[in-house]
Every structure is written in C-alpha cells, then in structure tokens.
Design a binder for this molecule. Structure first.
Ligand SMILES: Cc1cc2nc3c(=O)[nH]c(=O)nc-3n(C[C@H](O)[C@H](O)[C@H](O)COP(=O)(O)OP(=O)(O)OC[C@H]3O[C@@H](n4cnc5c(N)ncnc54)[C@H](O)[C@@H]3O)c2cc1C
Length: 436
C-alpha cells in the first residue's frame, strides 16, 4: 500500500519565498476561482462585502450523510489537486509528497489561497492531516510511515480518533476498550464514543487497554485500525443542530495485525498525549483544510457595522475585547508554530492555545448576541444575522472537545505553573483494582 510520491513542482530549498509565491499565485489563478470581492489574491480577509455570497459562521455541519459525503469529496479533489504541486504539505518532507519548506512558505501560500473560493471545511481533514499524520510521523515505523503518511496528507484516506469512551473522557487513561494479543494479531473488544467523522473514515487511531494489571496510564497501547474490519460497527449520533458529526464505534472480536501497532506496547498514553497536543495547539489543527470554525472578527465587525451599532460605546468596548483577544491568540499561535518549526513535540503550551481559542469563541458568542439581539433567535430574513445562531450553539462543543476547558486549566496549573497536583485516588493502583 506504499505510495510513490511525485509532484510537478520545480520548487527547491533554494527557492525564495517571493519566487515560491509567484509560482503559487500563477497556479492558483489557473486552477481556482477568485472570491468575487477580492481585488487581489491574499487581500480577501478584509474584503467581506455585506449581503453578498454565503455567510457561514457555523461551528459544526448540519448536513445529511450524502451532503456531507459530497462536501468531503470536493475537499478531497481540491487537496489532491494541490498535492500535484506539493501545496497540500508545504512543510512536510519531500518523501511524503511535501516540499520540505519552512512555515514562512506555508504562510505565504495560505495568504494567497485565502483570496480564492474554497470548497468549505470538514473536521476530518484537520484530524487526518493535523493530528494523525504528525503522530504517525513521530511514532510510526518506517513501513507505517510509508504506508500512511503520503496518502493521509493527500487525503486519499481519512482517519478518525478513537479515544473517548462512555466512561472515559476527561480522565481518558481509565479507558476500558481491550486489545488482547493472539500470536501476531490483536483482538479488540469494547466501545468508543464521540468519534468525529468515523462514518467517513477509512482508518482510526485507537487507544486500547493491553494490560489491566498495571496503573492506568501504563497499560495502554495505540493502533491504527481499518474501519471496515469485520466486527467494527459505526453508529452516528444525531445532534440537536441537525447533523451527525459524532459516532459511537463498537468493536466485537476485531482482529488486526501487530504491524498496525503504533509505538511500543504500553506506550499508548504517550501516543494519545501527542495527538491531543496537536489538537490543543490550534495553530496546528486549523491547517490542512480544517479551515475556520465559527465566526471571524471580520464577520463580527461587518455585522455590527451593517446593523449600525458601532457608535454605541458599550458595543465598541465589547468589539475591542474581541479584537484584542483575536490578536493575542494570533501571536500565541505564531509562537507555537515557531516552536513546532524548531522540532519540538507539542507540550502543555498547547493547552494555552486551545483555551485562548475556545475563550475567543465564547467571547464572540457574547458580543454577537449583544450586537444582533432578538434576530439571533427569530429569523428576520436579514442577511448575516440569524446565521450567527450556529456559532452561538456550536461554540460550547469545542470547550469540551480535545479536553475540556477545566482540564486545560488543570494541565496549565500543574505542568506549566508547577502548582500542586489534584488529589488522585487511583495513584499507584492497578487499573483492574480501581473501583468503578
Ligand atoms: C465536538 C466534539 C468532538 C469530539 N471528537 C472526539 C473524537 O473525534 N474522538 C474522541 O475520542 N473523542 C471526541 N470527543 C470527546 C471529548 O474528547 C470528550 O467529550 C472530552 O474529553 C470530555 O469527556 P466527557 O465528555 O466524558 O466529559 P467528562 O470527563 O465526564 O466531564 C464532565 C465535566 O466535568 C469536568 N471535569 C472532569 N474532570 C475534571 C477535573 N479533573 N477537574 C475539573 N473539571 C473536570 C469537565 O470539564 C466537564 O465539564 C469530542 C467531543 C466533542 C464535544
């Protein structure tokens, strides 16, 4: 299943950012449709024209299965077109289809691409490209890297996270899904829940319990599991917002070869923390087709201007709160990206980025509620108002996903600030002996 990676690009590490941008600009002009309101590529973020085009501030999709599948297909087509030039993986090594360039080049491309119409966004993209691919890059064997990395980055295949269980979320290390060794194979039994995009994924990164006789963190192992393996059952969960972003996934005597084990036996906690670190470092998870979730500062300001409330001193103060938060968040994300560039694995600093992101979404919910007023809950037909309800209703989900705000604060308290740890009743106790 290894992939031969060839790209059509002439870019090398000698190419300057300006030369790279000129080439990318020409390619985008020939292959993508400019946003109607963009006067020049890269300038579009400031060009939102009130009343024109689609106004999307949703956090989660409210699509039927077929609609969501069609969205994913168009996202895949665009990513695969980019892959012909290596633009889908600018900072990744050439051997995996990337260009082996620095984040400066990736930022230059991102600025240019933002001037063009894109197919949309889907969290399966950020999970596949932003979380699972870098985890395999860190823990995979050479054979696993060859098997997975190029095809994950091209999104020929998608991957989901099979971590949370009905009895294990914030305290993920208590998870009970079992993987038992049988010769060269592992037999998996148990249940996962809240598995985003599992119904569209070919693969899942699974964390399972391989040794119940040791303390909870020590008895876990990570695997890559084919989602079409006999014994895997995926049941979508219907959300109040209409869509089914999440699933329950059941495993009944699912057999996978030991060659699909990711990392050493007993290293599952380390693997899981690494994936979660990439998730919490929002600057990383937003890349690679994840796109923006929820409303942006520009959309908020345009809404306030269109509704004629920017002279109100209270609204002005609240708008400045959002602007300031957005700028600080941007700087923190840049710092995290530079740390990653220097070769570090994501650490507790990722919790800070995630908290800033979810706090920013909550702040935007508060301020837009003040700006839009009753038109947020009763559709007046006015463009760009009722739609904000999708931001307000969706934002709390990301305060839970990938580790809740409270858990991020615990991590920062203990691992960044060095505060005393929370009391842990199961410390030093084998998982099988902990009362539950
Ligand atoms: C949008 C979304 C997408 C998700 N996608 C995935 C996915 O793809 N794969 C996957 O495996 N999981 C996924 N999840 C699950 C997510 O990781 C869990 O929901 C999360 O870890 C919280 O676990 P829980 O739901 O069991 O809540 P619990 O852990 O039961 O927490 C309940 C409440 O108690 C608080 N709490 C718990 N422990 C502490 C503590 N020690 N100190 C202070 N407060 C505490 C929590 O903050 C929370 O408010 C997703 C969830 C959401 C909302």
């Amino acid at each position: 299943m290894g992939t031969t990676v060839t790209t059509e690009t002439t870019v090398t590490t000698e190419t300057t950012v300006e030369e790279f941008a000129a080439e990318a600009s020409a390619w985008l002009a020939a292959n993508a449709v400019p946003k109607p309101d963009s006067r020049s590529a890269g300038a579009s973020d400031s060009e939102l024209v009130w009343g024109q085009g689609e106004f999307s501030v949703s956090v989660f999709h409210a699509l039927e299965f077929d609609e969501e599948k069609a969205l994913l297909e168009s996202l895949k087509s665009w990513n695969q077109a980019k892959a012909q030039r290596g633009y889908h993986a600018i900072t990744w090594p050439v051997e995996f289809g990337g260009l082996g360039l620095t984040t400066e080049y990736a930022r230059a491309y991102g600025r240019l691409e933002s001037g063009y119409q894109m197919p949309g966004r889907h969290e399966s993209f950020s999970v596949t490209i932003g979380l699972i691919a870098p985890t395999i890059n860190l823990f995979g064997t050479p054979e696993q890297k060859e098997q997975f990395l190029a095809s994950l980055l091209r999104t020929d295949v998608l991957c989901c996270q099979l971590f949370s269980e009905p009895g294990a979320g914030s305290d993920l290390a208590t998870l009970a899904c079992r993987a038992e060794r049988d010769g060269d194979e592992w037999v998996i039994n148990g249940q996962k829940v809240w598995s985003s995009g599992a119904q569209f994924s070919e693969w899942g990164e699974l964390i399972a319990r391989t040794d119940p006789g040791v303390v909870k963190h020590a008895g876990l192992t990570a695997f890559m599991v084919p989602m079409d393996a006999p014994g895997v059952e995926i049941r979508p969960i219907k959300q109040m917002s209409g869509g089914s972003s999440f699933n329950e996934v059941f495993f009944t005597d699912v057999r996978i070869p030991d060659t699909l084990r990711l990392g050493g036996i007993g290293d599952g906690w380390k693997v899981a923390l690494t994936t979660l670190g990439f998730e919490r470092d929002h600057s990383g998870s937003g890349g690679g087709g994840g796109g923006q979730a929820g409303g942006s500062w520009r959309q908020l300001l345009a809404t306030a201007q269109a509704l004629g409330v920017t002279d109100d001193p209270v609204v002005r103060q609240r708008l400045i709160d959002v602007y300031t938060h957005t700028r600080v968040e941007g700087f923190v994300n840049r710092r995290a990206a530079d740390l990653a560039k220097a070769g570090g694995t994501p650490g507790p600093e990722g919790s800070l980025g995630k908290l800033l992101w979810t706090e920013g979404m909550r702040l935007m919910s508060d301020v837009v509620s003040l700006v839009v007023g009753p038109a947020l809950v009763a559709d007046s037909g006015q463009w760009g108002t009722y739609a904000w309800g999708e931001h307000v209703l969706g934002a709390p989900g990301y305060r839970i996903a990938g580790g809740s705000d409270e858990v991020q604060r615990n991590i920062i308290g203990e691992r960044v600030l060095g505060l005393p740890p929370e009391p842990r009743v199961d410390k030093g106790v084998a998982w099988k002996d902990v009362p539950r």
